[in-house]
Write a new protein. Structure first.
Ligand code: ADP
Ligand code: MG
Length: 568
């Protein structure tokens, strides 16, 4: 047996960190399961490259509560550690990491601005345990090791008789942390942090219907029911229960797959998995998948956001390599998109930093603008591929789009292709379509395009009718941020102004179209043309019938430039 001192400069580091991270004790489980996952994935890699000549098999991670003895076990079948490696990785690396962490964050760790506590690692076990044991057997042909530490910098290290490969961490749960001996509490944590981790995690067992015993009930013509088992024998036993491992996670969540391998149904099933209590179907999804210049995967969903529904933020979950980090994505996802739901997973988002640092980080800025661009591209393709469907969803998505147009210049530019302006008659125009539709008919005396709009169809009914009688288009703009949007459009688009349909603007509009409609019919034109040719010498002057854009002048006479010079 070896006894030793963990090399930390602080006399007793454990109570310190316990105090600093008081509110966040629960993350110890995430850290230990992350380590168990890493150890398993490392073994997988070593067997793949032929460095570990062992059977990889179907390794699991198991979490077990031993309430009577106040212990929590985390068991993996990963690569394990030799005694030497325990010395190196646990005594030196893990604890120096902890010390470094303390140094760096003792002032800010309690600050809610910190997004994650990654890097705390193995050491976080001491937030909830007053004694920790590691029993580990390396995949290498070496004896198992048993490490014990009671929360002071002293540890013991001895041989153990564990024969199966892997590591078992045993936490002796402290008096003030007994909540972590409750099944419901552990299940809650596993659900929160580990639901999509890549190695199956077993937590207890559950009863299911035996798939080998699937009785079928049939009715004959008299209505008499018979139940037969799968061999066709009559049975009275409807279902047979069997006990199986309760695997709490889905190791292959949809966002880790290729978009081409997923059907609509897979996306909506994944939405259910993420939000079991959300019964409304999402409107559409956006699959994010990029590996250069940063790594990011994820699926975002546009939820149905109706006006009477409280807009809920913080529904997007941030993961790192399938480990849940936080559901506060402020600073990472552009603000207007925090109304969306879904998952983003990126190892390139720095954790253990404050929000303000995060917002200034170059990689994070790129991620944010990538997300904005992907969302815009998706909206554009939805619009192009099925306009009718897009129009039918407009009311539910407009708040996000309009908010985005106001807050992100890039998005504003892109939104020109799909942002819709509905009319009181239920038509939906893009800006360009609207412009083309009204440019000849709705300008004021300064040649400014005047866009008429109503905000309440019923209250402004008579004004709307009056405008329609003059062939004007009237938009129906009723979203809560419409006045901001109008201002934004007026300053961004050239020479336009918005006017309320019940304002006095409507009387000042000039109907250019009138001028183009000829007041003369073909015979009259011909007669006039001949008459003019007789009275005006054609070698000196040019005559154009109804050339001017005004019904005041049925024709104009011009003198070519060279003739004017000849006179001089
Ligand atoms: P990190 O995971 O960031 O490396 P930790 O403090 O969590 O830091 O762990 C320190 C080291 O201890 C790990 O890098 C690993 O080498 C070793 N270790 C921890 N848990 C296990 C485990 N379950 N199996 C094998 N090695 C482990
Ligand atoms: Mg770790």
């Amino acid at each position: 047996m070896t006894k030793g001192n963990i090399n930390v400069s602080v006399e007793n580091i454990f109570p310190l960190i316990k105090k600093f991270l008081y509110s966040d004790h629960e993350i110890f489980l995430r850290e230990l399961i992350s380590n168990a996952t890493d150890a398993t994935l490392k073994l997988k890699h070593l067997t793949n490259v032929g460095e570990a000549k062992v059977e990889y098999g179907n390794p699991q991670i198991e979490v077990k509560i031993d309430k009577d003895n106040k212990k929590l076990h985390i068991i993996d079948q990963g690569l394990g550690m030799t005694a030497e490696e325990v010395e190196k990785y646990i005594n030196e690396v893990a604890f120096s990491g902890a010390e470094e962490f303390l140094d760096k964050y003792k002032d800010s760790a309690k600050d809610a601005g910190i997004i994650g506590h990654f890097g705390l690692g193995f050491y976080s076990a001491f937030m909830v345990a007053d004694k920790v044991e590691i029993i580990t057997k390396s995949f290498k042909d070496e004896p198992a090791a048993h490490w014990t530490c009671d929360g002071s910098p002293e540890f013991t290290l001895e041989k153990a008789d564990k024969t199966e490969r892997g590591t078992e961490i045993i936490l002796h749960i402290a008096e003030d942390s007994t909540e972590f001996l409750e099944e419901a509490r552990i299940r809650e944590l596993l659900n929160k942090y580990n639901k999509f981790m890549p190695i199956p995690i077993k937590f207890g067992t559950k009863e299911i219907n035996d798939p080998e015993h699937e009785p079928k009930t049939t009715k004959d013509k008299d209505g008499k029911e018979t139940t037969k088992d799968k061999d066709g024998k009559e049975t009275t036993e409807p279902h047979r229960q069997i006990t199986v491992d309760d695997i709490i996670n889905n190791p292959n969540p949809a966002w880790t797959k290729q978009p081409t391998d997923l059907k609509d149904e897979d996306y909506s099933n994944f939405y259910r998995e993420l939000y079991p209590m959300q019964f409304e179907e999402p409107l559409f999804n956006i699959h994010l998948n990029v590996d250069y210049p940063f790594n990011l995967t994820g699926i975002l969903y546009f939820p149905k956001l109706t006006n009477d529904m409280q807009i809920q933020k913080d529904k997007i979950q941030l993961y790192q390599n399938q480990v849940f980090v936080t559901d506060n994505v402020e600073g990472i996802v552009p603000e207007f998109l925090t109304m969306l739901r879904g998952v983003i997973d990126s190892p390139d988002i720095p954790l253990n930093v404050s929000r303000s640092y995060l917002q200034a980080d170059g990689a994070v800025k790129k991620i944010s603008s990538y997300i904005t661009r992907k969302v815009a591209d998706k909206l554009k393709s939805l619009f192009n591929n099925n306009r009718e469907d897009f129009e039918s969803k407009w009311n539910d998505i407009k708040i996000v789009i309009e908010y985005g147009m106001l807050s992100e210049e890039k998005f504003f530019e892109k939104a020109d292709a799909f942002a819709l302006y509905p009319t009181v008659d239920g038509n939906y125009y893009t800006y360009q379509e609207l412009y083309d539709k009204i440019k000849a008919n709705q300008t004021d005396k300064d040649d400014k395009l005047v866009i008429l709009y109503a905000s309440d169809k019923d209250a402004q009914h008579s004004y709307i009718e009056a405008a329609k009688a003059k062939d004007y288009e009237v938009l129906l703009l009723d979203s809560p941020i419409v006045s901001h949007l109008i201002q934004k459009l007026e300053t961004s688009k050239e020479n336009i102004s918005f006017a309320r349909v019940d304002g006095d603007h409507i009387d000042n509009l000039i109907k250019k179209d009138d001028t183009k409609i000829s007041k003369l019919d073909e015979d009259q034109k011909k007669a006039l043309d001949e008459l003019l040719k007789e009275v005006i010498p054609s070698e000196k002057f040019m005559v154009q019938l109804e050339a001017m854009d005004s019904n005041v002048n049925p024709f104009i006479i011009t003198q070519p430039e060279f003739m004017r010079r000849m006179k001089e």
